[in-house]
Design a protein. Structure first.
Length: 150
C-alpha cells in the first residue's frame, strides 16, 4: 500500500529524476559520451581546407578517455596541414594513400600506404605530403581520462 509519505517522497524526488533524464538525453544528442559507433566512408562528407580536405568523424569523450578525436585528411602535394607542434594527447596516423614524411624523434621519415605513425605525448611531430598526388590518412587522437586512472 502506498502511503502519503511515499507519495510526498516520490514527488520531492521527481525534479531530480527529470533532470537526470534530461541530462542523459542531452548527452546522447550531443554525443558527449560516445558509445559503440560505426563510421561509413560514404557518410564522411569532405570539407575543403587550404591544404586539401578533411572528413571529421568525432570529437567526444568516451568511457575511458576525456576526448577521442578522429578525422580523415586528404593533403595536396607539397602541403603540410600545420607546422610541427606538440600536444599532451597521443595520436595514430594511418596513411591510406600517397607518399609523405613524418617528423618523428627529431627526424623526417618517409612513409607510404599502410604505414602507421604513433605520436607520443608532448613529442614534436609534423606531417607533409612529398608526393605528386594527394595523400589521404586517418588520424586517431586521444586524451586520457585522468579522473578514472589510478
Amino acid at each position: 500500500m502506498i502511503s502519503r509519505r511515499h507519495i510526498v517522497g516520490g514527488l520531492m524526488a521527481l525534479p531530480s529524476a527529470l533532470e537526470a533524464l534530461a541530462t542523459s538525453s542531452q548527452e546522447e544528442k550531443t554525443g558527449q559520451v560516445m558509445g559503440p559507433t560505426v563510421f561509413h566512408w560514404a557518410d564522411m562528407k569532405p570539407v575543403k581546407t587550404a591544404t586539401g580536405e578533411v572528413r571529421s568523424l568525432c570529437k567526444a569523450p568516451t568511457a575511458t578517455v576525456d576526448q577521442l578525436e578522429m578525422h580523415v585528411t586528404t593533403l595536396n602535394p607539397g602541403e603540410s596541414p600545420h607546422p610541427p607542434h606538440r600536444h599532451v594527447n597521443e595520436e595514430l596516423i594511418i596513411l591510406r594513400e600517397g607518399e609523405c614524411e613524418t617528423l618523428s624523434d627529431g627526424k623526417w621519415v618517409k612513409v607510404g600506404p599502410g604505414s602507421v605513425v604513433f605520436n607520443a605525448s608532448n613529442s614534436l611531430h609534423g606531417f607533409r605530403n612529398i608526393g605528386t598526388a594527394p595523400a589521404t590518412y586517418h588520424v586517431i587522437n586521444w586524451s586520457p581520462n585522468k579522473a578514472k586512472m589510478s
